[in-house]
Ligand binder design. Structure first.
Ligand code: PLP
Length: 372
């Protein structure tokens, strides 16, 4: 099944592999052998991995001494960072985590039932930090709402008052859409993921600040300077490096494009819905938010039904509910923002990638109005 042609308005879930990434990786793919081997097949793979590491380092403004550790994705990166920060923590300790985190962070924090888990609104996190805190974690941008958070402000406060407390940020959605300067974030660790920027799925990275304490999650061989055992996902890592290079080279032009697309789409949507007297509410409009993400509520209409109707039209979006154990549950992020269970189920997230064409915007919008 190849799914036929479709319009990806769900780029925050997966960007879609960039054709230039696929081409460049696959043109040389059979030459990459085990990067730990000392023969030339290993050395070719090793060199390509190191090139990818440097591309990622440049994209996020990390120092030469900071560690870029390749992982299977941001879920593993955050699990590693959190379990490292909490190793040795006791019942007297606590962790401080925002209530809008992706499950990769939120559920991992909750799984450490030995420590007190202080979960609250991003704006109130600093009030929860004290000398017994063993971790403070806040994402840079939210995958559902697109909201961008003041991570650097919070972590500067933490580091000036409690310099020993590890700080972690999930930067998955910010990568390529918001300027990330690792030095200025005051994070000890950040997580990023390849498939959100046009690389293959199944590859991510954990960035560890020079001098920060780190205990690996995965033990075994000496790969990734013993920070993450297991044979590297060479093709995935190379794809991540190429996508990072493209994200850096096209950063400014993509932002301009994203902003133009979002403005055009929301203006046109508002005027069409007003004309047709269809009730709607554009959320998080005036807030600092990702330039590619639009969040809309259609009162009285189930977003899941809309999602399916749009899928039949070849337009892919995502809804404010997730199907866990066969029953759609309202998103914890929207509930945290004060939406009721029912309101959350009326929300749709539309997220573009930088390759979305204006014709696609127009036909996607037309389909959305038709489905409504
Ligand atoms: N964090 C955020 C904000 C995400 O959007 C995602 C993916 O949806 C993840 C973490 C998990 O990333 P991965 O799929 O690489 O494990």
């Amino acid at each position: 099944m190849n799914g036929g042609s479709f319009i990806n308005f769900d780029a925050n879930a997966t960007y879609g592999v960039l054709p230039e990434v696929a081409e460049e990786v696959l043109s040389n793919h059979s030459r990459y052998l085990n990067p730990s081997s000392i023969h030339r097949g290993g050395q070719v793979a090793r060199a390509a991995i190191e090139d990818a590491r440097e591309e990622i380092r440049t994209l996020i403004g990390a120092d030469r001494r900071d560690r870029i550790v390749f992982t299977s994705g941001a879920t593993e990166s955050s699990n590693s960072a959190i379990s490292s920060a909490l190793s040795g923590a006791t019942r007297e300790n606590n962790l401080v985590c925002s209530n809008v985190e992706h499950p990769a962070v939120l559920e991992t924090c909750k799984s450490f039932d030995k420590v007190e888990c202080r979960i609250c609104e991003p704006e109130k996190l600093r009030e929860k930090v004290d000398e017994n805190t063993r971790l403070v974690t806040l994402m840079l941008a939210n995958n559902e709402t697109g909201k961008v958070y003041k991570v650097s402000e919070l972590f500067t406060y933490v580091k000036s008052n409690f310099p020993w407390i590890p700080t972690h940020s999930d930067c998955v959605q910010a990568l390529g859409k918001v300027e990330i300067n690792f030095k200025e974030l005051f994070a000890d660790t950040i997580s990023i993921s390849g498939h959100k920027i046009g690389a293959f799925s199944g590859v991510g990275a954990l960035i560890i600040k020079d001098g920060a304490q780190f205990k690996p999650l995965i033990h075994g061989g000496p790969q990734e300077v013993r920070f993450r055992a297991g044979t590297e996902n060479t093709l995935g890592i190379i794809s991540f490096g190429i996508a990072a290079r493209i994200a850096r080279q096209k950063f400014e032009s993509r932002i301009v494009r994203y902003k133009a697309m979002k403005l055009w789409f929301s203006d046109k949507l508002e005027s069409e819905l007003t004309r047709k007297q269809i009730p709607y509410q554009i959320n998080f409009k005036d807030e600092d938010s990702l330039p590619n993400t639009l969040h809309v509520r259609f009162p009285g209409r189930k977003a899941d039904d809309l999602l399916i109707a749009l899928d039949l039209e070849g337009v892919l979006v995502s809804a404010g509910s997730a199907c866990a154990s066969g029953k759609p549950e309202s998103s914890h992020v929207l509930l945290a923002h004060g939406f009721s269970e029912d309101e959350a189920k009326e929300c749709l997230r539309i997220s573009f990638n930088a390759e979305t064409r204006f014709e696609e915007l127009a036909s996607g919008l037309e389909a959305l109005v038709r489905c409504l």
